[in-house]
Design a protein around this ligand. Structure first.
Ligand SMILES: [Zn+2]
Length: 172
């Protein structure tokens, strides 16, 4: 068996109430973005842009799977899942989720996230940047449906749009 130094578990996130009695659970958004964009820079320099994106997608997916396990694993009905997900994403300040299209039979969805944690307010750079979110959404959908999903961001704050739009398709 391979020894893992950083294998994820929800417990790794710690007891925030105990650990931050004065500062509490919140931080400034710049701090989150500072870490994310520093990671991207170094990953790109060391591994190239494609590999950096792939790592972000996979990390987002792992986060989506773990987030699902932690928050939504008892929900069986799709509409209840989406409603709960919308509330949680909003309450945690991650973004405002809307479902534009949902074909559960076919396994195709179009979702938007406004005021997105990763990109809202960034400069217009001409390409979509929310690769972590793509993975995150795929992890959530895969956990709920039991089938793998390919998620692609098609509109982003960084492409001049004011909401991030994602297409999701079941992988057959
Ligand atoms: Zn975006």
């Amino acid at each position: 068996m391979v020894d893992r130094k950083y294998k994820f578990s929800w417990g790794l996130l710690g007891d925030i109430e105990k650990g931050r009695p004065n500062l509490g659970p919140n931080t400034r958004l710049e701090v989150y973005r500072l870490m994310q964009y520093a990671f991207r820079d170094v990953l790109e320099q060391q591994l190239g842009a494609d590999k950096a994106d792939q790592i972000f997608y996979e990390a987002g997916k792992l986060a989506g799977v773990e987030f699902y396990k932690n928050c939504f694993s008892n929900i069986k009905d799709f509409n209840s899942f989406i409603k709960d997900l919308q509330e949680t994403l909003r309450n945690m300040g991650i973004g405002i989720l809307r479902v534009e299209e949902a074909d559960i039979e076919k396994g195709t969805f179009v979702l938007t996230v406004s005021e997105d944690l990763d990109c809202s307010g960034l400069p217009d750079i001409g390409y979509e940047i929310c690769v972590y979110d793509e993975g995150f959404i795929s992890g959530l959908l895969e956990s709920f449906t039991g089938s793998p999903f390919k998620v692609k961001e098609v509109d982003c704050w960084c492409t001049g749009d004011r909401t991030c739009r994602f297409t999701a398709e079941i992988i057959k």
